[in-house]
Design a protein around this ligand. Structure first.
Ligand code: MLT
Length: 395
């Protein structure tokens, strides 16, 4: 029986790691050659990708702490856990909306500064006299723009509808699954500029990838009018210099973000129009447990069966097992690979019972169930075929 080594990085909820007890995988915090890694926000570099590493499972949505392109080139599968912490993030967005619309932060600060008023007879009239400076606006009836309508964005959009807000959404890559989850009241915007032009609040829910670096910038802020901008995605998607510039004009009213930078901390110390949180969007016990369980289950399923679900760099692949000898092959997505693999299996006297081949971008992944016994020497032969990234025998 195979025994796969799984190495946890970062704090992963125990309920998830305990799941490994019921599997062929064992937890090894000190492993130098793990088969799988479970990770939260720790940054991984190419040096952490040991020989024999088969998969990395991220307990969370963002994978910008993992060198995904390098993993893909090495045939390492990277998983994330979409939706597992969406409710936690959505609830913190609600806090962000309240903080930005009702001057909550300024109000608390004001009251905390009144310790010199020792008597109720002095305190009470002072509060009543000054409360007018903290008058806010109600969320109901105002417009919420949601950029990115995946697992988190669609929950935020639904929450906006439930709060009687007008909700406008933008997502050029909206999946059918996500579209079904959106209430009919969510109005699609033609472009991000249009969304910024009509919104009182904009909440960002896009991943930090090459194409989204600094995408929330001056071009959009120019269209905005007294807008509250909320970022619970990643700091990389925001052009911070532009945020600071347009906060000084009337376009941006305030900026609430879970991703502080040194420049933003400086601004927050001078002015309450920047509210900073220490990346706590997914920090609830429920979200941490959901993510850990999902990350472990996906990793174990892949190590033990070769099946793939919720990978960010490999296609979804599910093949019910028809024999005990299964081979998983990852190859570059170039012509004539299936033919070469099948020919090589034939030459090795191995008979295919069932197989599937699915590609995504530059790679293709094959699961092949073999009727007769497969020896390690056969795996070595398959590995010699040009453009094959890795071959694994799963018994
Ligand atoms: C996420 O990407 O889902 C969060 O950043 C998770 C976390 O806080 O670890």
């Amino acid at each position: 029986m195979d025994n796969y080594q799984v190495k946890p990085y970062s704090n992963i909820a125990k309920i998830g790691l305990d799941k490994l007890d019921e599997t062929k995988c064992s937890l090894n915090v000190n492993s130098d050659l793990p088969d799988g890694i479970i990770i939260r926000s720790t940054k991984l570099s190419e040096d952490d990708l040991n020989d024999g590493l088969k998969a990395i499972s991220r307990a969370g949505a963002g994978v910008n702490n993992i060198p995904v392109d390098i993993c893909t080139n090495k045939g390492i599968v990277v998983f994330n856990t979409p939706g597992a912490n969406a409710n936690a993030v959505k609830e913190l967005v609600l806090a962000g909306l309240m903080l930005s619309s009702r001057n909550v932060y300024e109000s608390i600060d004001f009251v905390n500064g009144l310790s010199h008023l020792k008597q109720m007879k002095d305190l009470e009239p002072f509060l009543e006299e000054n409360k007018k400076s903290f008058k806010g606006t109600e969320l109901a009836g105002s417009t919420l723009g949601v950029v990115g309508l995946g697992a988190i964005g669609s929950k935020v959009a639904s929450m906006g509808v439930a709060l009687d807000m007008n909700v406008v959404g933008y997502d050029p890559a909206l999946s059918v699954e996500a579209a079904w989850k959106l209430p009919s009241q969510v109005v699609p915007a033609e472009s991000m500029k249009d969304l910024f032009a009509v919104s009182d609040f904009v909440s960002i829910h896009i991943p930090a990838i090459d194409s989204t670096q600094g995408i929330i910038n001056e071009e959009l802020f120019k269209k905005a009018n007294n807008l509250s901008l909320l970022n619970f995605a990643r700091h990389e998607v925001i052009n911070t210099k532009d945020v600071l510039k347009y906060l000084r004009q009337d376009n941006l009213k305030n900026f609430i973000t879970d991703f502080p930078t040194p420049e933003l901390i400086m601004r927050a110390n001078e002015n309450k129009d920047v509210i900073l949180l220490p990346h706590i969007g997914a920090s609830t016990s429920q979200a941490e447990e959901n993510c850990a369980v999902m990350a472990v289950n996906q990793l174990v399923d892949f190590l033990e069966t070769g099946n793939i679900k919720n990978s960010v760099n490999f296609p979804d692949v599910q093949l019910s097992r028809s024999t005990i000898n299964r081979i998983a092959v990852t190859n570059k997505n170039v012509p004539a690979m299936i033919g070469q693999i099948a020919t090589s299996l034939g030459e090795l006297d191995l008979n295919i019972a069932d197989m599937t081949n699915v590609s995504r971008g530059d790679i293709a992944y094959n699961l092949i169930d073999i009727e007769n016994e497969v020896k390690e020497s056969a795996i070595k032969e398959l590995q010699k075929i040009e453009n094959i990234l890795n071959v694994r025998l799963i018994k």
